[in-house]
Design a protein around this ligand. Structure first.
Ligand code: 5GP
Ligand code: MN
Length: 339
């Protein structure tokens, strides 16, 4: 983002606007934290602002300030479309291509000619926005929203609501400040957010210590399904629809499960395959340590992408065939996995 871009955006924001802020489909902590953080900043300046999420998000995020004001496109379609239609300014946060909002929202956003501003840290960003703030080295979109507010000269406007939302997203996207994307700058930003009123212990508690008993049982099931291929330094987990049903699966219940594979000594590549019978797909989450790029692996084989060390993807094959495909591909990555 150039100084000219910042000056132009500043100019745009001098008069009250109708603004919508949009995260990716299946929003995670960073997506909800960044959109709500920006929302609190914009409403403070009298912009008529709405966060529109493509679909619902997990219960462990349903405590953030004003999250109840989020409009869900999937279940409140007419309202969401009206708001997008009325918007002079559309922020798209935490994704790199409009298809990440889902087919229907993608069509609406592509047709909409209002000024778009992208803030995102995923690789290979599309060129759809008038202003693009893309930086793949960033820990999280929340850290970028902090930078964005700072670039606009408004760091002093960061209040406890903004700080709480941004803290939550940085914390979740960095795996509680442990992934390689966490820099000293990330810690400085987080320190400032605590000074502005983010309650670190309360946020960790709200996100991590609100598990249901059934989710813990589902984790037990996932861990007993965990398989390791030591010579390829790979671990993977499967969860069938039947297993999900048995433990009364709710959105977000499998969040973080993939990381257990990566916690094994000597494993650098971990994957979870989750069956979604209704959508007829297997949803795949991929994680790695070091230089092995799960973004490239997922782009090449599973219609997805993301970052070097964290990506998503999908497969139209059934669960068994998807795992078989995965296992048959792996040996061609033997060298990359044994670095
Ligand atoms: P998760 O496995 O938690 O769904 O996603 C891991 C990371 O990859 C997140 O940053 C997510 O936004 C990104 N991601 C997930 N699915 C896709 C996809 O289909 N395409 C791209 N480009 N990124 C994805
Ligand atoms: Mn993110």
């Amino acid at each position: 983002m150039t100084t000219d871009d910042i000056n132009n955006i500043k100019q745009l924001l001098t008069t009250p606007k109708h603004i919508v802020i949009i995260p990716h489909k299946n929003p995670d902590g960073d997506a909800i934290g960044s959109t709500l953080g920006l929302y609190h900043y914009l409403i403070k300046q009298n912009h008529i602002t709405t966060v529109i999420a493509p679909n619902d998000y997990p219960d462990f995020l349903k405590w953030m300030p004003k999250q109840d004001k989020i409009v869900i496109f999937e279940s409140d379609r007419k309202n969401a479309e009206d708001l997008i239609q009325k918007a002079n300014l559309i922020f798209t946060l935490d994704f790199n291509a409009l298809h990440r909002t889902g087919d229907e929202m993608e069509a609406i956003l592509t047709a909409n000619k209002s000024t778009k501003i992208m803030i995102d840290h995923h690789q290979q960003p599309d060129d759809y926005a008038a202003f693009t703030y893309s930086d793949v080295s960033m820990s999280s979109t929340c850290e970028m929203v902090y930078n964005f507010i700072e670039m606009l000269g408004d760091k002093d406007k960061i209040d406890a609501n903004i700080a709480t939302c941004l803290y939550a997203g940085i914390m979740t996207d960095t795996g509680s400040f442990r992934f390689a994307s966490t820099t000293s700058r990330t810690h400085h930003v987080v320190a400032n957010l605590i000074d502005k009123g983010a309650n670190s212990a309360a946020i960790h508690n709200a996100i991590f210590d609100t598990n249901s008993y059934e989710r813990m049982q589902l984790l037990g099931c996932a861990l007993s399904n965990l398989k390791v291929i030591p010579e390829l330094r790979t671990a993977y987990i499967t969860l069938s629809q039947e297993e999900l049903n048995k433990f009364n699966f709710k959105k977000g219940d499998t969040e973080g499960f993939v990381n257990y594979g990566l916690s094994l000594d000597n494993v650098v590549f971990a994957v979870i395959f989750i069956e979604h019978k209704q959508e007829g797909i297997i949803k795949i989450s991929l994680r790695s340590k070091g230089d092995f790029s799960v973004n490239e692996f997922s782009r090449a084989h599973f219609e997805g992408g993301g970052h070097t060390n964290a990506a998503g993807g999908k497969s139209d094959l059934n669960l068994n065939d998807t795992v078989e495909k995965f296992i048959s591909i792996l040996p061609s990555y033997k060298e990359a996995l044994n670095l």
